[in-house]
Design a protein around this ligand. Structure first.
Ligand code: HSE
Length: 313
């Protein structure tokens, strides 16, 4: 059994437009790195966190990785040993890239890896959800792809309802994260509690179009489908500076569609080549420069794997 492991926990983009709380995709970059070691004392210790500008708690009961690790230890029935971890946040916080979910998934995967991998990935869902729920609500559209990789349909909050969907070949994502924090809890508080029947019908059709595009390997149709969200985006758009300008610039430069990544403020454009995605991120930067907002851009691809485990010792 390993004594020391390193976990690479991927960013994820949730919703993909109309698939609120039920669709999410793992990304190759960025990712968090968790270095975890078995201890002879019970419980979880977080020795240090870097890359978070001191914003995250070292108290394992208040940290998503700590909460999920403690849950996984309990799930495995381990009471006489524990783990200690150091976390490097490669993901920006409150940015819509699944930062809390990456650490939550990583904490659970670390425990499982250190104690001989007794659980299959979907069985770590509860532990990861426990961590995620503490920060951003009980939804699995980030933790599920962070655990499993690819694009996941979250049919419900139990392992057997997580369903991998086909990932279109050649899909490339152009991401832009403006320098404003949008905490997920805040972005969820602005959502309508009731929706008219006609909006429900349109939204259902959009999700069906999106899933059909995935099965047909049709990146252009996927791009159109991610923009067809008539419920969540209208309620949140005031929290996303530059959304419409970025969408127009991305389209001009060859993207097929742009949507809010998770709860935002990161925006995600659907492209079919890296060169187009780079042109798109250049255009996104220009928009935010005009708006006087600093931003960070990234070109990335879907990650076929969820959290990766490297055994160090
Ligand atoms: N589905 C969630 C939301 C994702 O949009 O609130 C949060 O990352």
């Amino acid at each position: 059994m390993p004594r020391l492991v390193e976990i690479y926990a991927p960013a994820t983009t949730a919703n993909l437009g109309p698939g609120f709380d039920i669709l999410g995709m793992a990304l190759e970059e960025p990712f968090d790195t968790i270095c975890a070691e078995k201890t002879d004392s019970p419980g979880v210790i977080i020795d240090g966190i870097t890359g978070d500008e001191g914003r995250l708690s070292l108290d394992p009961a208040k940290n998503t990785a700590g909460i999920s690790a403690a849950y996984a230890l309990k799930q495995l029935g381990i009471t006489d040993q524990g783990i200690r971890m150091t976390i490097h946040k490669g993901l920006p916080l409150a940015s819509g890239l699944g930062s809390s979910a990456a650490s939550a998934a990583g904490g659970a995967v670390a425990v499982n890896a250190l104690f001989g991998d007794p659980l299959r990935r979907p069985q770590l869902l509860d532990a990861a959800l426990e961590g995620e729920a503490a920060v951003s609500g009980r939804h699995a559209d980030n933790v599920a792809p962070a655990l499993l990789g690819g694009i996941i349909f979250v049919g419900g909050l139990t392992p057997e309802l997580l369903e991998p969907l086909p990932v279109p070949l050649g899909l490339v994502l152009a991401l832009v994260t403006p320098n404003v924090a949008v905490p997920t809890a805040e972005a969820r508080a602005v959502l309508p509690q009731q929706i008219p029947m006609r909006d429900m019908v349109k939204q259902t059709a959009s999700v069906a179009r999106l899933i059909s595009a995935l099965y047909r390997n049709d990146i252009e149709a996927l791009g159109k489908a991610v923009e067809a969200d008539g419920i969540i985006e209208p309620a949140r758009q005031h929290l996303m500076p530059g959304l419409h300008e970025v969408r127009a610039a991305a389209r001009e430069r060859g993207a097929f569609g742009t949507t809010i990544s998770g709860a935002g403020p990161t925006l995600c454009a659907i492209c079919d080549s890296e060169s187009i995605a780079r042109r798109v991120t250049d255009g996104m930067e220009l928009v935010y420069a005009r708006l006087g907002l600093a931003c960070q851009t990234r070109v990335t691809r879907p990650a076929s794997q969820g959290c990766r485990v490297k055994i160090i010792e």
